[in-house]
Each structure stands twice: as structure tokens, then as C-alpha cells.
Design a protein around this ligand. Structure first.
Ligand SMILES: *Cc1c(COP(=O)(O)O)cnc(C)c1O
Length: 394
């Protein structure tokens, strides 16, 4: 009876009215994903080849080499993990924490919370230092906590996409080394967009994603670890409790042996090679400069329209700006209007900032003067339509 019902529900006639897959055109100026570069899209649409094909093996080496440049590091174990940013985030916890080990997490937004959740699931002894959403930690505060808590790992988010804060990282690597602790950095919204110097800043392990600064669709998460991290991994007493993200197994494929672990998402690797190649061809300095300049233009423009920004300029994040929703404005109404009428996405606040700020992203391919002008123009002409009072000051 049930079986017959299921089969009739699966009748092909139910799908005959489905049209060919269609996706509306959007300009993604929210917290991610960001639009992919057209060259990345054309690489993505190539026919797959085998993940052990020598042509693919050589492409893997290119990706690793390009990633080392983008991360500014010489780490042997530098690879794109299969999965979005959270996959590499989980790998960073799963591989380097053994039950009961101490991790100190500096939490100043939503993604700090996610790190705490993951570390707890892997049974770490979790200590948290915390700041309100919209502030950053000082070097002294971090130094004090590391020296008193003596964790095995210290984890911090470089670019907090939920609050719009850029965390300065200078000097922290040194403190970690003196205290025999690994320095773990979430660089999801900074890699390929903002100054990030893995070797110079003595960062032991870091992860990112493909869909923010790298002008690719979501699906891969660049990861890098140095010798200190490798030593910690090889001194584990227990197996990594996650098979898919086990770096000792992934190392056999991405290291020199090229032994099958899981089928690589080959097309995503075509895409990331292209995204990284575009960054390398433009030069990292220029890429960083472009992101900073366009963000400043956005900030200045918004302020001259009477808008207030949530984060102080000293540690404001160029890739993601949090703008206060004026009290007399229907924030969701304006955001939906931009999407439906103009095909432009901006984000709502996350967590405790929901309904209080909009989040505007200028990442990778989307960080352009033209996009800033277009958005500012819409704030100027459209926002007044969403004022709760008739005569708005906008
Ligand atoms: C987007 C983001 C992540 C998570 O990445 P996903 O690709 O969504 O899994 C982690 N950390 C930060 C800071 C992010 O902005």
C-alpha cells in the first residue's frame, strides 16, 4: 500500500513541468558566498578527469604552490580540504585535540562560538575569553590568558564575519611559542583579501574557504600547517576521531604518495586553481590594496549618507562591514527590496546583531569600485522608501 503510493509519487509525470535548472543573476554583497570570477566559472565547467590522472596530479601541485603563496608560507602540508570552511575548521580541532587537552578560544562573535562547540564535541578542556560582538582583543589580554591558562592550542578568528571586526595578530605567535602552545587562526574572511602572513606571524595552523576572498563557489577549504603542528599530530596517542578529515590520511594523497583517500572534488579544484592564479597574477599586495581602498570608499560613502558603522575604524574589517540599521527603518524590508528589485544581496546581522545591523561584504571579485558606487547609490535613493515614518531624514 505504502509502496504503491511512493511509486506513484515518483512518477516521472510529476516532473514534466520542471524547467531546465535556472538561477537568477545576483550580485552577492553579503557575508558570503561572494560571486565567482567568470574565469573561475569557466574552469569549473570543464569535464572532470580522474583524481589520480597525471594531469590532475600536476594540477594539485599547482594548487598547493599557489596556496603557499596566498598564505605566505612554506608549509609542506598546505592543501584545499573537501568541504566548506567549517570542514577545515573541524579538521583543525579534530586532528590537534586529544580528549582532555586544553584549548583556549578567544571568542568575539558567532564563529568563535562555533569553535567552542566543535572543541567541546571533541572533548577538549575548553577555556574561553570573550569580548562583545564588535570589539577585538588586545595583545596584552591574549598574552595574559595564554600565560595563565597554559593551553595546548590557542584559537582565534582573524576576520570575524559576524561582527565586522579585524583582529590584530602581531606578536601572538611569539607568545604561543614561548608557552609551548599551537597558534590556530580562522582566516576564512581574510585569505586572498587582507594582509595575512602565516610564516612571519608564526601561525602554526590556519584554515579558510573558497567562497569569500578567493572568488570561487563554496566547496573547498584551504588549510595549512607547519612543522610544529606536524609534530603535535604525529605525537598523538589516539587515532584522529574523524576519518574524512584525518590529516595523516589526507597527507598520503596531498603529500608525495598521492594515495587514494576520497575522490577529490576535481572541478572545485579546477576552480580554485583559477581563483588562486588570478590572485597571484594580480599580486597579493595589489589584492590587499584593492580590498582596503574599496572598503574605505564604502565606509566614507555610508557615513556621508548619515549611516553609522558598528565597529570602530581602528579594527574595522574591510571584507565585511556592519552598518547599523537606523531606528526608523524597516531593515528586512530594505534588504528584501534590494534583492527582489535589483538582484543585490546584503546580509542581516547574525546572532545578537540580528535586526540591528546589515552586513555588507566586499570580497574577492566583488571588491570593486563599481559595486561600491552601485550600492551607495541604492542606499541614497531606496532607503527612504523603508522609513517607518513618512518624512525621513535620509
Ligand atoms: C564563513 C565562515 C566560516 C564557515 O565557513 P563555511 O564555508 O560557511 O563552512 C568560518 N569562519 C568564518 C570567520 C566565516 O566567515
Amino acid at each position: 500500500m505504502t509502496e504503491a503510493k511512493i511509486i506513484s509519487a515518483l512518477n516521472e509525470e510529476n516532473f514534466s513541468h520542471f524547467s531546465k535548472t535556472y538561477v537568477p543573476s545576483r550580485l552577492l554583497l553579503g557575508p558570503g558566498p561572494s560571486n565567482a570570477h567568470p574565469e573561475v566559472l569557466s574552469a569549473l565547467s570543464l569535464n572532470p578527469i580522474g583524481h589520480l590522472d597525471e594531469a590532475y596530479i600536476s594540477l594539485m601541485s599547482d594548487v598547493q604552490q599557489l596556496l603557499r603563496y596566498t598564505w605566505q608560507c612554506n608549509n609542506r602540508l598546505t592543501l584545499p580540504m573537501s568541504g566548506t570552511g567549517s570542514a577545515a575548521m573541524e579538521a583543525s580541532i579534530a586532528n590537534f585535540i586529544e580528549e582532555g587537552e586544553k584549548i583556549l578560544i578567544a571568542k568575539k562573535g558567532y564563529f568563535g562560538d562555533r569553535l567552542v562547540d566543535m572543541a567541546t564535541r571533541y572533548k577538549a578542556d575548553v577555556s574561553v575569553m570573550e569580548k562583545p560582538w564588535g570589539e577585538s582583543f588586545s595583545y596584552e589580554e591574549i598574552k595574559y590568558e595564554i600565560e595563565t591558562k597554559k593551553p595546548a592550542i590557542f584559537a582565534i578568528v582573524h576576520a570575524e564575519t559576524s561582527s565586522g571586526v579585524l583582529q590584530p595578530l602581531n606578536g601572538i605567535g611569539e607568545v604561543c611559542r614561548k608557552n609551548n602552545c599551537l597558534f590556530l587562526v580562522d582566516a576564512v574572511t581574510s585569505l586572498g583579501a587582507l594582509e595575512l602572513l602565516i610564516d612571519e606571524w608564526k601561525i602554526d595552523l590556519a584554515y579558510s574557504c573558497s567562497q569569500k576572498g578567493l572568488s570561487c563557489p563554496p566547496g573547498l577549504s584551504p588549510f595549512t600547517m607547519n612543522k610544529r603542528a606536524e609534530d603535535k599530530l604525529s605525537s598523538r596517542k589516539t587515532k584522529v576521531p574523524n576519518w574524512y578529515l584525518d590529516l595523516s590520511l589526507l597527507n598520503k594523497y596531498w603529500g608525495s604518495d598521492r594515495v587514494y583517500h576520497h575522490t577529490a572534488p576535481v572541478n572545485m579544484n579546477f576552480a580554485i586553481r583559477e581563483g588562486l592564479r588570478l590572485i597571484a597574477n594580480g599580486g597579493l599586495d595589489n589584492v590587499w590594496y584593492r580590498h582596503n581602498t574599496n572598503a574605505k570608499k564604502l565606509w566614507k560613502g555610508l557615513e556621508s549618507l548619515g549611516m553609522e558603522l558598528h565597529v570602530s575604524e581602528d579594527y574595522r574589517l574591510p571584507t565585511l562591514t556592519t552598518v547599523k540599521i537606523p531606528p526608523a527603518v524597516d531593515g528586512d524590508g530594505f534588504r528584501n527590496h534590494l534583492l527582489r528589485k535589483f538582484g543585490i544581496e546584503i546580509g542581516n546581522g547574525l546572532g545578537e546583531l540580528s535586526g540591528k545591523v546589515w552586513r555588507i561584504g566586499l570580497m574577492g571579485f566583488n571588491s570593486s569600485e563599481e559595486n561600491v558606487d552601485r550600492l551607495l547609490n541604492l542606499f541614497d535613493t531606496e532607503l527612504k522608501k523603508y522609513s517607518i515614518f513618512e518624512s525621513s531624514t535620509f
